[in-house]
Design a protein around this ligand. Structure first.
Ligand SMILES: Cc1ncc(COP(=O)(O)O)c(C=O)c1O
Length: 503
């Protein structure tokens, strides 16, 4: 229980870890340093303060003695106890705001990396504003379909049979069972022939990008990225000093002809479902990209973030599956297929890079929590993962179909990219509607969240897609919510859409 006296002290008995004497000392000292308790103010006598606080006088005397010893208090004979006129030198630095003090003493130039990702949705969360009731936020796995039951069972089973796994270090490259399970699955689903030791477990795709950067990027090194590009990648490369070379994206993916005239040591691509436009890199361009890397002696980083969700036609073989000259580094993640909160992803690297990547990984964090990895490994091996993917793929396909038909019904034929796979698509707004930013504002006023590409963390270097590109994520919405959301947008623009609908 707290007791307050004129000195504004708040002494807690039993609840605080600190002794009464120490609490008293710290609080009086803080009052002096903050200036609330100043030179001319007398301290209460030790007896009175002890009575007021209901504590022993000896406790107060000892706290006062410490403050005397450290130079905060002085006595004037016959008058009383006061705060010292000149405070001890070391106290004065406390008045200087910490950042100013740093500026004075630090000759070091701090790196100021830009945030990898700062979507508009996070800003909502920070401001504490309510989310729009229909939210086409992109790419979140549907939380109602997290495989909780299987998860709980695998967690409990593994905890009950663990012996040393929680007390010992594991391999920095990741749990071997998980790496084996992934190598097998990637062979079957993405045509990638890799041994388990080429698979390195990471904290999401994001850590994979950092490992690659530490391995390949030195200040000034040229890194080609798609334009527009996933901000998590461009900002990570940039933070290691890369000179970013944006290569335009059109409706067949990254423009290889433009890449061929730009020397670079590394090209970052999202060939299955370009982020954010959603376009698929054509087979002809895939082959040309591999040829470019072989001729240049460059690496390709293939970010295959949402390739488990392909709705129409068989999946296209990954670049890493087509690679015959060990130039592709493959990035995968469980953020889309299971949940971003897991923070688990993986790299598949050519054999000649394995040792270096594992060495970097050991420098960074020496691997991941064993329990999370073994649960995912057993989830895959038991067939549960495949069933889970099949289930949510059906759900997401239904949601995508609902979105496409609602867009057509309310807005007529529209230019939509990225509809064949993934968890979002991109709508290029016609001039008869509004620029993307304005459109998103109007939508929000109607309690619907839709997102211009920079709001989802994409970087548009050339500014071509930004003006009218709207990203619509559908994986967390039901068909009914999608219908209501698109209708609200149509109502907001009714003057501009009714003619189209009538036609
Ligand atoms: C292009 C792209 N790559 C990767 C990721 C996943 O990153 P992580 O695995 O770090 O969650 C995302 C997430 O939205 C993405 O859009």
């Amino acid at each position: 229980m707290g007791v307050t006296v004129s000195l504004v002290l708040n002494i807690e008995r039993g609840q605080s870890q600190s002794t009464l004497q120490n609490q008293l000392y710290v609080q009086i000292r803080e009052s002096i340093l903050s200036g609330t308790f100043r030179h001319e103010m007398p301290l209460p006598s030790s007896r009175r303060l002890a009575e007021d606080l209901g504590i022993s006088r000896n406790t107060v005397v000892l706290a006062y003695e410490r403050l005397f010893d450290e130079g905060y208090l002085q006595t004037q004979a016959g008058v009383g106890t006061f705060v010292t006129k000149s405070l001890p030198e070391r106290c004065i630095t406390v008045d200087v705001p910490p950042n100013k003090a740093r500026e004075r003493i630090a000759p070091v130039v701090l790196k100021r990396p830009r945030l990898a990702f700062r979507g508009q949705r996070l800003q909502f969360a920070e401001k504490g504003a309510g989310r729009p009731s229909i939210d086409f936020w992109y790419g979140s796995s549907n939380r109602r379909h997290f495989p909780l039951k299987a998860w709980r069972k695998l967690l409990v089973d593994n905890l009950s049979r663990t012996s040393t796994n929680l007390s010992d270090y594991g391999s920095p490259a990741g749990n071997l069972e998980l790496r084996q399970a992934l190598a097998e699955r990637l062979g079957a689903t993405r045509g990638i022939r890799a041994a388990a030791d080429q698979v390195i477990i990471t904290a999401g795709a994001q850590e994979g990008m950092n490992l690659i950067s530490r391995l390949l990027i030195e200040p000034g090194v040229r890194v080609a990225v798609e334009d527009p590009c996933y901000g998590g990648a461009a900002r990570a490369f940039e933070s290691y000093g890369a000179a970013i070379v944006p290569i335009p994206v059109d409706n067949e993916g990254i423009d290889i002809a433009a890449l061929e005239i730009e020397p670079a040591v590394l090209a970052y691509v999202t060939p299955s479902h370009q982020f954010p436009t959603g376009v698929t890199l054509s087979l002809e361009r895939r082959q040309r990209l591999l040829k470019w890397a072989t001729t240049e002696g460059a690496y390709i980083v293939e970010d295959d973030y949402d390739s488990d969700f392909r709705y129409d036609g068989p999946p296209l073989m990954a670049l890493a599956g087509l690679d015959r000259s060990d130039c592709v580094i493959y990035l995968g993640t469980f953020s889309k297929s299971i949940g971003a909160g897991l923070r688990l992803g993986f790299l598949v690297v050519p054999e000649h890079l394995v040792d270096s990547i594992v060495a970097i990984k050991s420098l960074m964090n020496y691997g991941h929590p064993w329990l999370d990895q073994i649960v995912v490994a057993e989830f895959i091996k038991s067939g549960g993962y495949e069933r889970h993917i099949r289930g949510i793929r059906r759900l997401y396909r239904d949601a995508r179909d609902a979105l496409l038909s609602a867009l057509k019904r309310y807005f007529g034929e529209q230019y939509i990219s990225g509809k064949y796979s993934g968890m979002h698509l991109m709508w290029s707004l016609p001039p008869s509607l509004a620029p993307a930013n304005k459109f998103a504002e109007t939508a929000l006023a109607h309690d619907v969240g839709v997102y211009p590409i920079d709001a989802v963390g994409a970087v548009d270097f050339g500014g071509v897609w930004k003006a009218n590109g709207i990203v619509l994520g559908y994986s967390s919405l039901s068909a009914n919510q999608i219908e209501v959301g698109i209708k609200r947008l149509a109502d907001a623009y009714s003057g501009r859409t009714s003619r189209r609908r009538a036609r």
